[in-house]
Design a protein around this ligand. Structure first.
Ligand SMILES: [Zn+2]
Length: 473
């Protein structure tokens, strides 16, 4: 048999075709790679949410994790994709939801959750095969143990607990009651948003709930008085007989307590309303307005979550009744728990407010770090000296005043209680805001419990449970 002669011409054309195919494939790989790596971020970044949502056709939404990697939200594929929240209602407001609109971290982290940084070859193969890529994971600042302690301590009462790290602004926990179960949001939606429902379960009370600050506002009054009398503020004294009368108006101390002779430090520690109503008549209302502006009342907060603005309305020329009421945190002043927590955090951090944040870093599904978020200072709410004086005064609230529920040998707490009236004949809202350790603050806890009684008896014991958990006491 005649051996087939090699045909160099045919071989050359086969080779050419092969090179062409390989070349095309390389180009295609290159394009996919380029799109996945470069264009996609650009496309997603410049898209509206509806367009961004279309990425969910190509990407399995990433996970939201606690700071130690526990799953707070993930997408499971059992036939069809389902977003699962393993802790049920515990993280409902802060983690949020991604159906029926997006809230909380599901909204904040949407771009990252719908981006994939799996290895490029794997991504390209998936793209070509029409399979979805796995989205990146968002690792948050949230601490499951603190969140659980806060949720349990609040129990079935309405209110909120916000826990911050003062020197970074990290939000360690944020609980709002009553809550909802994000796992069954679809079925519960109509009931949750119906007009007959007055529970407002979808409201994140920590950032959107506005309350009269009650005696926690004495922190602000105190700061104003110290500013106006930097060298003589300790000379202020007041004799309390339980009722402070001015013209036809009467300000009473909580449950008619009679505090007797009070220095300003004692009046702050015991939360003597009469003393602060008297002090309020001495302050310069124009300067007070400047201070409340500086403390971010009536202002935008450096906060990425949905929030309500706090309001302070007293102006120069205000009448006596408004001055008396405002001085004890009543009247028209309204605050959110996070805002009260931010002022407390600034006191704990030498006057500097750190921007509160929730996203610590973004990782690919394989655990490779894609992005890291760093603490950012917003600016000074007060001087370091003012912060130091307020911290000392807040320490005395705990050692000798209304904050005795957080007094312990295990760690030192500085704080302020408040019992805010909001409607005659109804129980007061209970407040506590404070930090620990008093001398080197690592954690700020702010608690509000609606219609529940006094801050010292109701809110401070809740804060105690969170401090105990944090310090493992
Ligand atoms: Zn008093």
């Amino acid at each position: 048999m005649k051996k087939a002669m090699p045909n160099p011409g045919a071989n050359r054309s086969i080779l050419t075709v092969t090179y062409l195919m390989v070349g095309l494939f390389v180009c295609m790989m290159g394009y996919f790679g380029y799109f996945l790596q470069v264009q996609k971020d650009h496309v997603i970044n410049n898209s509206y949410n509806s367009r961004l949502d279309r990425f969910s056709d190509r990407i399995v939404r990433g996970k939201i994790l606690s700071k130690d990697g526990r799953v707070l939200a993930e997408t499971k594929e059992e036939g069809e994709e389902r977003r699962v929240y393993p802790y049920g209602s515990l993280f409902a407001h802060v983690v949020g939801y991604s159906n029926n609109g997006k809230t909380g971290l599901e909204a904040l982290g949407n771009f990252y959750l719908l981006s994939s940084h799996m290895n490029l070859v794997e991504q390209t193969v998936n793209e070509l095969a029409g399979r979805k890529n796995i989205g990146d994971n968002v690792i948050t600042t949230l601490d499951v143990d603190l969140q659980q302690a806060a949720g349990e301590a609040l129990g079935d009462r309405r209110g909120s607990v916000v826990v911050l790290e003062p020197d970074t602004g990290k939000i360690l926990a944020m609980v709002s009651h009553p809550g909802f179960d994000p796992n069954t949001l679809g079925e519960d939606w109509d009931r949750l948003i119906s007009e007959e429902n007055t529970e407002a379960q979808l409201l994140n009370r920590g950032t959107q709930g506005v309350y009269p600050p009650g005696s926690t506002f004495k922190i602000v009054m105190m700061l104003e008085y110290i500013r106006e009398h930097p060298d003589t503020w300790q000379d202020f004294t007041f004799d309390c007989n339980g009722l402070y009368q001015q013209e036809e108006y009467t300000i009473s101390c909580y449950h008619g307590n009679v505090h007797g002779h009070q220095t300003l430090e004692q009046a702050f520690a015991n939360s003597c309303n009469g003393a602060f109503a008297a002090l309020g008549q001495e302050i310069d209302l124009g300067k007070m307005r400047n201070l409340t502006d500086q403390l971010l009342f009536n202002k935008d907060l450096p906060l990425t979550l949905a929030y309500s603005k706090s309001s302070f309305k007293m102006e120069e020329g205000a009448n006596l009744w408004e001055i008396l009421q405002t001085s004890i945190g009543q009247g028209s002043t309204q605050m959110t728990p996070i805002h009260n927590g931010m002022i407390t955090a600034a006191i704990a951090n030498g006057g500097v407010l750190m921007k509160p944040y929730l996203m610590e870093r973004v990782e690919s599904a394989a655990g490779e770090e894609i992005k890291k978020f760093l603490p950012e200072a917003w600016g000074n709410l007060m001087t370091a000296r003012e912060a130091e004086i307020l911290a000392d005064l807040m320490r005395r609230v705990v050692t000798e005043g209304t904050g005795s529920a957080v007094r312990t040998d295990a760690y030192s707490v500085a704080g302020k209680t408040g019992s805010a009236e909001f409607e005659t004949g109804r129980e007061t809202h209970a407040w506590f805001t404070g930090f620990a350790p008093a001398e080197d603050p690592r954690i700020v806890v702010t608690v509000v419990v609606e219609e529940s009684g006094s801050g010292g008896q109701v809110a401070a014991p809740i804060a105690r449970k969170i401090f105990d958990t944090f310090f493992d006491a």
